[in-house]
Design a protein around this ligand. Structure first.
Ligand SMILES: C[S@@+](CC[C@H](N)C(=O)[O-])C[C@H]1O[C@@H](n2cnc3c(N)ncnc32)[C@H](O)[C@@H]1O
Length: 233
């Protein structure tokens, strides 16, 4: 593998064969995809659209199909989009900072584990608000710009099974939650943040090969991994 700088999106091309390996480098993204899906209401009609910003390898695919949406995935990575298409995603190559989709086209927008990968997280939130129809649902998750968050999600988690591939994160890009909430309000989004952590019991069972996946549990503190659940006014 070529040596790439932290957070270089090209890392995902090198890791493309791991997207659907539930015990590989993207294991925790499988757990988060399940958690996200629990906060998405079923499609209200067969044409309903879910836009998955930074869809990667399309791990939301089975969940979105079960909920009855047309699943549009936007990502920069061609390898990821190719994998996502194999899992029912309509792939669109583009940046989450300039999404090539029409205003108000989405009934649901999902932005999973992307805000901490861009220089302009509020710019991504603005794109979420733009493509979401009034009353539409927003589900996001990301990593908090705190000392404990940086320590646990890089220094610790990169050394643990199920943790992120080393160098995939640049902790300098982690998200300021107060700024995000203020921006959401300005953008016409009602947004509440909830902390998430993996179930420790599940994680042990998963590591021992006794579970396929690990449940994400809501926690009061949003200082490490957090989800955002909202709607456009
Ligand atoms: C941590 S992965 C998350 C993938 C997916 N949301 C999930 O949770 O399984 C981050 C994804 O963001 C994509 N990405 C990074 N910067 C991007 C940008 N500016 N525009 C679109 N996609 C981007 C990468 O290619 C990668 O697929």
């Amino acid at each position: 593998m070529t040596q790439l700088r932290p957070n270089d999106p090209a890392q995902y091309d090198d890791l493309a064969d791991q997207w659907w390996d539930a015990s590989g480098g993207f294991a925790a993204l499988h757990w988060l995809a399940t958690s996200r899906a629990e906060h998405i209401p079923p499609a209200r009609d067969p044409g309903a659209v879910l836009v998955d910003l930074a869809c990667g390898g399309g791990l939301m695919g089975p969940h979105v199909a079960r909920l009855g949406f047309r699943h549009v995935g936007v990502d920069l990575g061609l390898q990821g989009l190719r994998v996502a298409r194999e899992h029912g995603v309509l792939p669109v190559r583009g940046s989450v900072l300039a999404v090539p989709l029409a205003d108000g086209c989405a009934d649901v927008v999902v932005a999973g584990e992307i805000l901490e990968h861009v220089e302009d997280d509020v710019g991504v939130l603005a794109e979420c608000a733009r493509v979401l129809r009034p009353g539409g649902t927003l589900v996001l998750d990301s990593l908090a710009a705190t000392r404990i968050g940086r320590f646990l999600t890089t220094t610790v988690a990169e050394r643990l099974p199920g943790g992120p591939p080393p160098g995939i994160h640049d902790p300098a890009l982690y998200v300021d939650r107060a700024r995000l909430l203020a921006a959401a309000d300005d953008l016409g989004l009602e947004l509440r943040l909830v902390g998430l952590r993996p179930s420790f019991r599940d994680a042990v069972a998963w590591r021992l090969g006794r579970r396929q996946s690990v449940r994400m549990k809501p926690v009061r503190s949003t200082a490490v991994v957090f989800a955002g659940y909202g709607r456009r006014r």
